[in-house]
Design a protein around this ligand. Structure first.
Ligand code: SAM
Length: 366
């Protein structure tokens, strides 16, 4: 169980996610751990592991199969230490900046030579797009924004989606201005499983996906742009405009900057699989599992879930997302966990990272 199934299938040699496309606020509310807890997080770009520090844990153990993803967290930590909040936002690409190269030097100065060389090779991309814009997933959105979206909507219409207005007017805007024939065609083409696999996600990630991705995306866009207020959505803003607008993801907000910076020494990075961590015999009070279960077949998922339970203390919460593949506590373990439906429902209603179809919070019974 120490080796991970996806490791043999997908390629992990470059940055896939340069920022977290899962809503940290929803995660933190789902974990809701007491101060002093031991938490475990999938790294991805590192933002959500950092957000977990706001729960005042004793430590956050961070795992990832990809050394490039771990490097994203290590550089973020160095940036929290070396920069002020404004500099941090500029380096990340949340706001425009003419001094990213200098900010990168300031942040990377204390890193080992291998990490510095890794980031130096990416300097032109960081200068152009910010650190949060240089992953394969963000490149995929850039293609959408630069080359395809202008064929469908002019700038006024795109800006129009971020005008604050009541829900009934948002619905009218979408129906009358946004969802035209070209948009529907673009969705069908760009979010076809084939194109998304080729440009954004490794095709192996779709091995278990049923149904049309474009229908799913349209449903989620309606949630993000009608049910929720799009003017407060940092993820939608980045996808359509390439920066964050007035709203920022939790980890990048001014109000959490000092708290996160002051607790950085509680981050305990363990490169490698989650499966390897749970086989060490250590235990935890909460797990951020991202959407890793989607990438496993059912038998592997059940085995990994069982091994996580053996590393879970009573009351431990398992928090994870599903995009297209349904994953919840496997049958053999149903008696050992409790589904926190209210917490899930609140999370799903508030989730601004709108790709996911399900948000799961399961509590391990004593
Ligand atoms: C599951 S992906 C999903 C990314 C996500 N939706 C986001 O917005 O960033 C997140 C990370 O999980 C890592 N990962 C996948 N399976 C893993 C496993 N079994 N153990 C450790 N890391 C894993 C990948 O390397 C990737 O960096």
């Amino acid at each position: 169980m120490a080796e991970s199934q996806i490791a043999g299938k997908a390629r992990f040699d470059d940055i896939r996610y340069a920022q977290l496309w899962e809503d940290a606020e929803v995660l933190v509310a789902g974990l809701d751990s007491r101060p002093g807890a031991t938490l475990v997080s999938i790294c991805s770009a590192g933002d959500n592991a950092l957000a977990m520090l706001t729960l005042d844990p004793a430590k956050v153990v961070v795992v990832d199969l990809s050394s490039a993803q771990i490097a994203c967290l290590v550089l973020r930590m160095a940036a929290f230490r070396a920069l002020n909040h404004v500099g941090f936002l500029e380096l990340m690409g949340a706001v425009p900046s003419a001094r990213r190269s200098q900010l990168l030097d300031q942040a990377a100065r204390t890193l080992p030579p291998g990490d510095q060389a890794f980031w130096d090779a990416r300097r032109p991309a960081i200068v152009a797009h910010g650190l949060g814009g240089i992953g394969k997933f963000e490149r995929y959105f850039r293609i959408l924004r630069r080359w395809l979206l202008p064929l469908v909507h002019d700038r006024r219409t795109i800006d129009g989606i971020f005008v604050s207005r009541p829900p009934d007017q948002r619905a009218r805007f979408l129906a009358e201005r946004w969802n035209n024939r070209r948009w529907r065609f673009l969705l069908k083409f760009f979010f076809s499983n084939a194109v998304m696999g080729r440009l954004g996600r490794d095709p192996a990630f779709f091995d278990h996906v049923d149904g049309s991705l474009s229908d799913h995306v349209q449903r989620r866009i309606n949630h993000a742009a009608i049910t929720l207020d799009p003017s407060l959505n940092p993820y939608l803003h980045w996808i359509l405009k390439g920066t964050h607008g007035k709203a920022l993801p939790m980890t990048w907000r001014a109000e959490h900057f000092a708290t996160i910076r002051d607790r950085l020494d509680r981050i305990d990075i363990r490169p490698g699989s989650l499966e390897r961590f749970v086989s060490t015999g250590e235990t935890a009070d909460g797990f951020n599992l991202s959407d890793i279960f989607e990438y496993m077949d059912e038998a592997t998922f059940a085995a990994v879930y069982g091994s996580i339970l053996s590393a879970a203390r009573p009351g431990c919460r398992l928090v994870y997302w599903n995009m297209m593949v349904p994953r919840r506590v496997p049958e053999p373990y149903r008696a050992r966990v409790r589904r926190l439906r209210d917490v899930e429902d609140r999370g799903k209603a508030a989730d601004k990272a709108f790709f996911y179809s399900d948000f799961v919070v399961e509590e391990v019974l004593a």
